[in-house]
Design a protein around this ligand. Sequence first.
Ligand code: NAD
Ligand code: MG
Length: 392
Amino acid sequence: MKQRITVLGSTGSIGKNTLDVVSRHPERYEVFALSAATQVDLMLEQCAQFRPQFAVMASGPHAQLLAEKIQQNGLPTSVLQAQDALEIIASHESVDAVMAAIVGAAGLAPCLAAARAEKRLLLANKEALVVGGGLFMQAVRDGGATLLPIDSEHSAIFQCLPEDPACWAERVDHILLTASGGPFRTRAPETLAQITPQQACAHPNFSMGRKISVDSATMMNKALEVIEARWLFGLAPEQIKVVIHPQQIIHSMVQFNDASILAQLGTPDMRVPIACGLAWPERIESGASRLDFAALTALTFEQADDHRFPGLHLSWQALNAPEGTTAVLNAANEVAVEAFLAERLRFDHIHAVNLATLEAVPPSKPDSLESLLGLDAQARDAARRIAASMAL
Ligand code: NAD
Ligand code: MG
């Protein structure tokens, strides 16, 4: 039987890489549904190639336009326009696996729907877990879903850990998340104020969406990944460490209680963790080139500089505060990055907005999706006010 896949965020960097891996294995996978925000033409191309049953666009006018083009092209895909269309395609009884590759907290509701519906949930959308925290993990347990990390660091750790999660707590001393350090690793901190969106989005090793590119440049991406790791692997915040490794060959490591370290290596190509998540525990061709050790000059490591990357520490701070704090941090960061990309906020003020929002929103522990979304909205309002007061 072929596995039927829903790809949420199919027009993005992870979405396109997922379809690339899927297209290499037509005997194993078929696409059940695709979703995107506004990219109608690319979605039409994807519908023509993969002939899914459903396609979802985030806005009514884009859905309308896609529906017209699909009809003109005689394709079999239905454009779903329901308010909860993403939840429907994430939890549909015909779906085996869901690739969660929407960017931001917007992906939380369909992730929860997939988790509750016992799907194989391939999680690239780290913000959903940073916002959802314990509630997200509870939905995975209650729904009997299989949660597989797609973020390359978390995929690496998952591959290094023993298969039985029951042994993790007693065997693992700590995990080491590797970080590229982004495009400004060696740049003088006093010059960070002048950085433009174009400079921030030019990542040394990966071509990624604009939001995660900016997060990589501030290292807020790593801060979000520390929080993501805490939930995925059930670790204490102190058991998660970060080391800069500019070559991005070692994707992360686990240190066990006997001081032995296991690492996962490979060329930096997101199709590797995607193929790993799709086929786990089997292994399939990903399309990535093989690592050539003879061509490697050096693998180097360094400590993250607090002055240059002040946001990294907010992750441990937020994890040691009441649980909703990570949702507040995520909301502030989404607002600040959007303002920076729109050239309304200085690069080095992203951290200032995050910090001020954490101080402005009272700590709380939401116990339902509704209260979590309420806190997310409250934090966004506060962050928008703060960002406006710092506007360029
Ligand atoms: P991207 O911006 O390239 O793509 C995002 C996708 O989500 C697009 O298809 C877009 O249409 C859709 N989308 C955006 N906003 C939406 C909304 N409000 N409602 C519905 N759909 C929406 O981003 P990306 O780089 O592919 O990253 C996706 C996720 O994967 C992010 O959470 C990111 O942190 C994570 N991730 C990405 C990489 C990478 O290499 N790109 C690596 C690890 C993790
Ligand atoms: Mg990552």
